[in-house]
Structure formats: C-alpha cells, structure tokens
Design a protein around this ligand. Structure first.
Ligand SMILES: [Zn+2]
Length: 261
C-alpha cells in the first residue's frame, strides 16, 4: 500500500505541477493578449477619431472662421428700427409695418456685410423681436447700450419714412448727426439720389440712436410709405438688394478713403 500510495502521491504532484505551469502560461498569454489588444483598439480609435475630424474639417466650416474681404476687421452695428409694441410707420395700401420690413432689410444688410468680411452686431434680431411680443418695445437705452458696448466702426440704422404733406416724395433719405459722419452721409445721399433718380437732402439729427457711441452713424430711411411706388417696391427682393448694394458700395468706399488718408 505504501509503495502504491507513494506512486499515487508522485502522480498527484506531477499533475499539480503541470496545472500550475499551464495556469501560469495561460495567465501570461491572457496578459499579452490584453496589452496587445488594448493598443490595437487604441490605435483603431485614434485613426477613426482623426478620420472623423478630417471629415468634419472638410465639410463643416468653423463658425469662428472670418471671411476675408474689403471690410475685414471692421465692426458694423445694424439697427433695425422699431419692433415689439412699436410697429413704426404703416403702409396705407399694403399695411406693411416698418418694424417688419426694417428687420428683413437689416438681415439682408447683415448678410452682405458679412460676405464682405465685416463683423456685424444686430441691435434687434428675430429672437429679440419674439421676446418683445406685442406689449413691449426695445428701449432706446437698450439699443444705446449695445451700440456703446460694441465700440464699432459704423452704425447703420434701417427705417422707412412717411411724409404727411406729399405723396410725391420718394427715394432713400439719410439722417445723420454732425459728429464724424457728414462726409459719409453726403456721399451716401448722393449715391442713392443717383441710383433712384431723385434729389433728396440728408437731414441733420442729433437724437435717437444717433446720440450713442463714437462711430460714424446714419439712419437710412429706405423709402416713403406715403408714396405708392416706394411702398410697393420696398417690399420687393430685387429692390431691397439694389438699395443694399448702393449702401455697401458706399460703406466700402468710406473705409477705403479714410484708410488712404
Ligand atoms: Zn422709423
């Protein structure tokens, strides 16, 4: 029995040793697999991350990316007149509201100025207008704060006009304050007169949005709702585009001239 037991014990020991070696090898193998597998996974993730970035860089332009153009580096405030509980002037034939039309024209101006490389700040947006509802209007002080905080190179305020005494008067008229804006107003009024075949004179104004900030500031009264032709054409895309083109050409010209001085 003893001899037999010895043989059995030796066999058991041998089996145990084989098991230990097998387990150790298995552990080493699993360890290698783990490290190698993780590295491979990481490199795969890295590659697909880069690829994903590559795709997004190619297809989605960055929002912060500035367009290079003749107005690069210029900050221009676009102020859409009225809004909220203040509809402004109302067209007697079509019931168009100055507040709505001014906002639409302001957005076209914003787009065009951005295309030319300018940074644009809007005092009134669709979102602000929605928040105003029909009970409140944008306070002049709030517009003033935006204008003064912006420290901009120019302010363009968009409105429409109404002449109670004459339905004949038509065309775009500039309102301007004396301080630093007269040269611009003179050439702007001249350009609109030439484009529209009218002979309007700019008007000196020292109040409203024109009193805020140090930048050249003009109110562009794009047309007269008291005139039937103006009331209709002001609502046409092509005519709006035409006015914005005159305005932007003069803005470019203005900055060109002061930079050459
Ligand atoms: Zn107005």
């Amino acid at each position: 029995m003893n001899k037999k037991n010895n043989i059995i014990n030796k066999r058991k020991q041998k089996v145990r040793r084989v098991r230990v070696i097998f387990l150790t090898l298995a552990l080493i193998f699993m360890f290698i697999l783990l490290i190698f597998g993780k590295n491979k996974l990481n490199s795969y993730l890295d590659t697909s991350f880069t690829e994903a970035q590559g795709i997004s860089e190619d297809r989605i332009p960055s929002l912060d990316e500035e367009v290079k153009g003749p107005l690069s580096g210029k900050k221009i405030i676009v102020d859409a007149g009225h809004g909220g509980s203040d509809p402004g002037t109302i067209g007697p034939r079509t019931e168009v509201q100055e507040a709505d039309l001014s906002l639409k024209i302001s957005y076209i101006l914003e787009g065009k100025l951005k295309e030319l490389g300018a940074t644009v700040i809007m005092t009134r947006t669709e979102q602000i207008t929605e928040q105003l509802g029909t009970d409140t209007k944008l306070k002049i002080e709030d517009r003033g704060k935006v204008i003064e905080d912006a420290n901009a190179d120019m302010l363009i305020s968009i409105h429409q006009n109404f002449n109670e005494y004459s339905s004949e008067i038509k065309g775009t008229q500039i309102l301007v304050r004396k301080q630093g804006s007269l040269d611009f107003a003179t050439s702007l009024q001249k350009a609109f007169n030439q484009e529209l075949g009218v002979n309007l004179k700019y008007i000196l104004e020292e109040y409203h949005v024109l009193k805020y900030g140090d930048q050249p500031s003009v109110i562009v009264e794009t047309g007269f709702f008291s005139n039937s032709q103006d009331e209709i054409r002001l609502q046409e895309d092509e005519y709006q585009e035409r006015l914005i083109n005159v305005l932007c050409d003069e803005i470019k010209e203005y900055f060109d001239t002061i930079e050459k001085k």
